[in-house]
Design a protein around this ligand. Sequence first.
Ligand SMILES: [Zn+2]
Length: 278
Amino acid sequence: MTYTLETQYTSKNFTPAAQVPAIFGMPRTITGITIHHWGGLGQLFETVRQWLCTNNVPTSAHYIVQAGLVSCIVAPENAAWHAGTARGNATTIGIECRPEATDEDYATVAELIRDLRATYGDLPLFKHSDWIPTACPGVWDLPRLDALARNQPPTEKDWFDMANLDDLKQAIRETDNEKFSRQGSVGGQMSKQDFFAWFDATMASAVRQAASAAAQAVLNTPIPRIGGGTITLATMAAYSDANREAGQQVQTSLVEQAVKAALTDGTVKVDVSVTGGK
Ligand SMILES: [Zn+2]
């Protein structure tokens, strides 16, 4: 086992095996495991252990578990008081789990389940709420625990069943930032996010180059001239530009000539008098 097993603490709250038939109406048998959580987030393992050993409510469990640490406070042979029903108490082993339920907590609870199954057979898992109406065992996910205890990774279905939208978004973000090995001569690692950014930039640049090359090709394609022979669009455009410039030059020089003529032959005076209305 990879966890520390404490056996030096014993709860006063349990029914010895021999008295179980009289108290619960059936013999002590071990045919299942009931999973609990101890409820208050942030509550310490040691505080819970102390309370389950000494309270007068009366309440107990067989095991208390957090990552790497297991305390057996009632021997499984006897009936701890954890399920809230005679059958739950008489027939199952009760495990109190840390409500924070981290991956490490899961690993240790799963290992304890594996060890108990090695001793008592293939025990099914029950939630406390399978026995009585209660919020216990909180977020603890029994299919995930069962899969871990059997050394199987949780199936995709289990994962989607327990994941909410925020979990999924977070998982996708984590996948985006996860680094992947790069192939070939480049080597090293790159996240999916970086890869897509690089891919988008490269594609955009390739599209720009292709568009520019296509436009050049069209401009340089010879087309037939009305008067015979061929001309490219580029040449025609240059020709048209030149014509336009030539046309502007002609217009400009015509205006200049008109102004000069007006200045030298007195036409301006006539014009001014006309526009002045006299
Ligand atoms: Zn419970």
